[in-house]
Design a protein around this ligand. Sequence first.
Ligand code: FMN
Length: 249
Amino acid sequence: MTKKTTDNLSPLYTYQEGMEWNPVEKVIMERRSIRNFKKKEVPDNLIKRVLEAGRFAPTAGNTQPWKFIVIKDQALIAEMERATVQLSKLLMWFVDYNRNAFRRVFLAPYTKFMTRLMPNKLHPIPFNLLQQIAAGKTAAYYNAPVMILLLIDKRGIGNPVLDVGICGQNMVLAAHSLGLGSCWIGMITVLMMNPFWRKKLGVQSPYELTDCLVLGWPKGDYDGEVEREVQLVEWIGADGVKRIERLGV
Ligand SMILES: Cc1cc2nc3c(=O)[nH]c(=O)nc-3n(C[C@H](O)[C@H](O)[C@H](O)COP(=O)(O)O)c2cc1C
């Protein structure tokens, strides 16, 4: 689906060939991760609307395997930020073998082994972000005025992680539609390595926390398209014939 920018939106619940995006599609296309927030409070009622969008997400067997924790306490968010930086430094000390020749010889095999064990977590993209957080070049939570922790209830049937992902996506779309900015933060995993923080935030079995959302009033101009890969979609048509169609430009 290529992006059509328009303020002349199509109504909801109708479809005609070639028509403009409707408001829901427009919100989906325009939402961007926001990493810069105004120092302005977000009213509780607005946060509740965002939570409500999450609560209405579909889940396997309608199990709703989650618990939400909203944090507005700026002192606590700042403490979490400092702790995440400290833990990132510690983690980098264990896995960053590129700092000197000694480490390249003795640490590289260990890090390469760890990377094979956790290829997603130690992928270059999160690794670079971790490096930047450890070096104080970027904030982990972007000084956001609100955090929403999306706890996964491991008792959920099927795949509770997927359920919580869908729930969070409902929240970020609702947030955008209400004029708020949001960003998913997978880096909270680093904080969750410390049992002190798991206890302090109430992330105890059967719950776990891998990702959270930061929320606030966006600072600056942010909307617009970010590049997405072209997808080669395989179709098996009504006539049973297979074809491949290019999606995107
Ligand atoms: C599960 C998940 C975890 C993410 N974790 C982080 C994070 O820790 N820090 C960050 O700055 N962005 C994070 N992001 C945001 C992505 O970088 C962003 O969604 C992606 O680059 C696409 O950009 P867009 O959201 O503006 O479309 C995360 C996104 C998802 C879905």
